[in-house]
Design a protein around this ligand. Structure first.
Ligand code: HEC
Length: 181
């Protein structure tokens, strides 16, 4: 029995020392995780952006195809800008429709920060998309820009300079920022 006490004390001390020694490591590991998210979490964010991109682009094309026939009809571009503002303001994810030609219809719809400017450069050089991981308020976010080509002759009705774009070339982009969770 006598020996149990020192052994117990040793175990207790070991546990306390272990916690004390491990906790700074734990905090460092947590910080590292915020900076460098797991591959599976990044892949989930990518998948989410692919899904959103499909829904948003299909919606804009369908609206243009079915409802926009004259230059004074309400443009799908304007509907997209309003929808994206609502989604962004609600805090779901950040999304913007931007120009890649240097001649935006609306001057606010242009690449704003270094990421978007580099993204537009990459899309114009032929990439379908461009991405980067950024920390926003200590949380990792996946940022992606995807190409918007001239998908219909109707686009040229309101954006006459799109007539000069090569088939399939990016005349615009959708810019996303999605939390990696
Ligand atoms: C009926 C006119 C009209 C048609 C047709 C139209 N757009 Fe637009 N587009 C606009 C207007 C107006 C804006 C500005 C919307 C805003 O900021 O509220 C805009 C904005 C955009 C933007 C954002 C950059 C900018 O120029 O402001 C892109 C990219 C875009 N349109 C692509 C397209 C594509 C691709 C098509 C064909 C599928 C298309 N548009 C068809 C009127 C039109």
């Amino acid at each position: 029995m006598k020996r149990l006490f020192p052994l117990g004390m040793l175990a207790l001390l070991g546990a306390v020392w272990g916690i004390a020694a491990l906790s700074p490591l734990g905090t460092a590991a947590e910080k590292d995780a915020a900076r460098k998210p797991e591959n599976a979490a990044v892949e989930r964010a990518r998948k989410q952006i692919r899904t959103l991109d499909h829904i948003y682009k299909t919606t804009v094309v369908l609206i243009t195809d079915k409802y926009v026939n004259k230059p004074d009809d309400f443009p799908a571009g304007s509907a997209a800008v309003a929808l994206f503002k609502s989604v962004t303001d609600a805090g779901h994810h950040k999304v913007r429709l931007i120009d890649a030609t240097g001649m935006p219809y609306e001057k606010a719809n242009v690449a704003r920060d270094d990421f978007e400017k580099e993204g537009v450069r990459q899309l114009k050089s032929g990439q379908a998309s461009y991405e980067a991981i950024e920390s926003v308020d200590g949380k990792p976010h996946l940022r992606t820009v995807t190409a918007v080509p001239v998908v219909s002759k109707k686009c040229i009705m309101c954006h006459p300079h799109y007539a000069d774009a090569k088939s399939g070339a990016a005349i615009g982009a959708i810019s996303y920022s999605v939390p990696i969770e």
